[in-house]
Ligand binder design. Structure first.
Ligand SMILES: C[S@@+](CC[C@H](N)C(=O)[O-])C[C@H]1O[C@@H](n2cnc3c(N)ncnc32)[C@H](O)[C@@H]1O
Length: 329
């Protein structure tokens, strides 16, 4: 049964919990939960204990979707984003990671580098830039521009509190591919031994290492199509994007946070993968839509009705660090 929050217009915090003992064999049996909390991410995250394994998110891009939600001028963006740093840092475990999906912007016909500046700013504040991933959009929007082409990719920056954060690389391995069998069947000449680079750069490869292997590590380019559905939100990213980082950077039963939760994509990914999630958004309508979406998609996944409980928290509960925000053990 869905119980709608009775007072959509009030200034109270809306928390929605989904709790379910999963029984379907293709998902995990543990009890995982997802909460969507309406309010400013900084205030809510500041009230959480240091139990978060992964923050994976797509913040508002500079000067974008102004009709829909708050958005900064690119020049002011690094300083604005830095106001989230403290709450992100304090809630993440020492081995935790922060993944930011973002894209730079064309201003006066040329690329504005506010995203690079934002990452530099975060590094000055103590974050390690572990790797830069590219989300390759397999279906970029058509259009014509004088000096550029269709935008076919976005950044995903992997930042962390430690140089070697928690990582389960085995969880994201991909099949070695069809090329491997014929190529590795008859290794002769240079291929049959370690082959050092011709210019003594120190690089080399040893194809023998891959004989008999079925899987390899993926590249840091993630190919995923743009989301066609609207989900009552103007900037939805594909569930596969947070899902990749959740598998890699959050252990089973761990806790994932998306501070800019939007339509709830990260919540869907976390529940699908047997991780707990807390999503925040400072737009109440988006929170309500996200809850409905997560519930709907969880139902499809688990094949039966998922009990959904709505809890209304007072803003004070969040600001003072509430026991009513249930943190998974
Ligand atoms: C790019 S959208 C995220 C979309 C999301 N990844 C999805 O798949 O639906 C950014 C979201 O951040 C929210 N937002 C902006 N400022 C915020 C703040 N200070 N605290 C919490 N949420 C905020 C906006 O309402 C918007 O829904």
């Amino acid at each position: 049964m869905i119980i709608e929050p009775e007072d959509k217009k009030s200034d109270r915090i809306t928390t929605v919990s989904i709790q379910d003992m999963k029984t379907n064999s293709n998902v995990h049996k543990e009890c995982v939960s997802c909460q969507v909390i309406y309010g400013d991410a900084r205030a809510i995250l500041s009230s959480l204990p240091q139990k978060v394994d992964l923050i994976v998110t797509s913040p508002p891009y500079a000067d974008a979707r102004k009709k829909h939600y708050e958005s900064m001028h690119p020049d002011a963006y690094p300083e604005w984003f830095a106001t989230f740093h403290e709450s992100f840092w304090r809630t993440l475990k020492p081995g935790g990671s922060l993944v930011i999906n973002i894209k730079d912007k064309v201003v006066d016909g040329v690329r504005h580098r506010y995203v690079w500046k934002t990452i530099e700013k975060l590094c000055e504040l103590g974050w390690y830039a572990v790797d830069d991933y590219i989300w390759h959009k397999t279906n970029p929007m058509p259009g014509f521009w004088k000096t550029k082409f269709r935008d076919g990719w976005e950044y995903c920056f992997h930042l962390a509190k430690a140089k070697e954060p928690y990582m389960n690389q085995a969880a994201v391995k991909v099949p070695l591919g069809d090329w491997a069998e014929p190529r590795l069947a008859n290794l002769t000449g240079k291929s049959a031994a370690r082959h050092n680079s011709e210019n003594n750069s120190g690089f080399g490869r040893d194809l023998r290492k891959w004989v008999g292997k079925k899987e390899v590590l993926p590249s840091n380019v993630l190919s995923l199509p743009l989301v066609g559905k609207n989900y009552e939100h103007p900037a939805v990213f594909p569930v596969g994007l947070p899902a990749f980082f959740i598998k890699l950077l959050c252990p089973q039963n761990g806790l994932v946070v998306d501070p800019f939760g939007g339509s709830g994509s990260t919540g869907v990914a976390a529940l699908q993968l047997g991780r707990n999630a807390i999503l925040t958004d400072n737009n109440k309508e988006y929170c309500i839509s996200a809850v409905k979406r997560i519930r709907r998609e969880a139902e499809v996944l688990w094949g039966r009705v998922v009990p959904v409980n709505f809890k209304i928290l007072d803003r004070d509960d969040v600001e003072q660090g509430s026991s009513k925000i249930s943190i998974p053990k």
